[in-house]
Design a protein around this ligand. Structure first.
Ligand code: PLP
Length: 359
């Protein structure tokens, strides 16, 4: 199957092989080495010297962790949303009891840095800005560099950044941008099965954590750090998924960090070029189009369900639909993780073939 949804992605054979490694003790020297090496390799893609943890959960767990480790109930935060995952971050923050002001942009658009800055300025005493870097539901990437710069002209909040579907494939230099809590999940850019979240925690986030009163246990960074310093995790980690991530990171590093970012930039341009050349109409602000997933409109007169249904049935190609208010209107082709131009050629040929058949 040519699986081109925005995670989970297909796995390279080296990663599949790593998944079959015999189990090891998660309280032994082999695990210590596995965890240390995996974290060190992941840090090169995060471009950070901050602490970086591997949690056994999906990315959403780190939305909760980012909030509960830095904030107290009632703290004011500004949540910027440009789609469904930004909305999810808002919902998690509300559930944790923080006082959320939502700044929403229309689906298909990126956040306007100046509007974010003025919303921050108006919100006196705002402790944190929560933002999605790559909004997978609309295939749009926010300009986090411009946003942090514009906001910092008025103050110095924490930046809690969802890079679930970009980190690893897209350049997000955590230290250079001084981002405080930054998270991603294994099934996206990392050519690894679901089951792990990766999160980096800045010194400023640790400072905030000292007075943060939100309740936490499983996702407590300080609790995690104590164990990690001894080469363990507090609870049983997803050992096989870490074997897989370790193998995937070796492949990614063999290509090179900058080269990896360039590869996905090229894959994105290639995908959008192929879609346009085949007569598909791209969705959203193309100037802010994502490097890991592309969206285009479902061809006129064809139902999304029939379109994607026949692609799977006839061509064995699986792409994603739209979500929320654009459900049924767009489809999304992912080019993250394990992907080649040939895979994209197959997808676009299947889309064109099905369009012809159903028109
Ligand atoms: C941008 C973004 N944030 C958060 C999530 C949630 O991640 P998970 O499904 O790993 O919980 C996703 C998943 O697609 C995502 O794309």
């Amino acid at each position: 199957m040519n699986l081109r949804i925005p995670g989970p992605t297909p796995l390279p054979s080296e990663v599949i092989k790593a998944l079959t490694n015999p189990m090891i003790s998660h309280r032994g020297t082999e695990y210590d080495a596995l965890q240390r090496e995996t974290v060190a390799m992941a840090k090169t893609f995060f471009q950070t010297t901050n602490d970086l943890f591997l949690f056994t959960c999906s990315g959403t767990g780190m939305m909760e962790a980012a909030i509960v480790n830095t904030l107290s109930p009632g703290d004011k935060v500004l949540a910027v949303t440009i789609g469904l995952f930004g909305d999810r971050f808002v919902n998690v923050a509300k559930a944790m009891g923080v006082d959320v002001t939502v700044l929403k942009f229309p689906m298909g658009k990126a956040a306007d840095p100046e509007k974010v800055a003025s919303a921050y300025k108006e919100l006196k005493g705002c402790k944190a800005v929560m933002i999605t870097h790559n909004e997978t539901s609309t295939a749009i990437t926010n300009d986090v560099r411009a946003i942090t710069k514009a906001v910092r002209a008025h103050g110095n909040p924490l930046f809690l950044v969802d890079t679930v579907s970009s980190m690893g494939n897209v350049n997000v230099p955590v230290d250079e941008l001084a981002l405080d809590v930054v998270f991603t999940s294994s099934q996206k850019a990392w050519m690894t099965p679901p089951g792990l979240a990766l999160v980096s925690v800045s010194k400023k986030a640790w400072e905030a954590g000292k007075t943060a009163k939100c309740r936490r246990y499983y996702f407590d960074f300080a609790h995690m750090k104590k164990y990690v310093e001894h080469g363990e995790t507090p609870e049983t980690p997803a050992v096989s998924t870490i074997f897989a991530l370790h193998a995937a990171l070796k492949l990614m590093l063999a290509r090179g960090v900058k080269e990896t970012f360039a590869y996905y930039r090229q894959m994105a341009a290639y995908t959008r070029g192929a879609l346009v050349d085949s007569g598909f109409v791209l969705f959203g602000d193309i100037a802010r189009a994502s490097n890991t997933v592309s969206a285009c409109f479902v061809p006129k007169g064809i139902a999304d369900k029939d379109f994607r249904g026949l692609m799977k049935k006839k061509y064995n190609v699986v792409i994603a639909g739209g979500k929320g208010e654009i459900e049924g209107k767009i489809v999304r082709v992912a080019h993250m993780g394990w992907v080649t131009k040939k895979d994209i050629d197959e997808v676009v040929a299947a889309m064109a073939g099905v369009r012809k058949e159903l028109s």
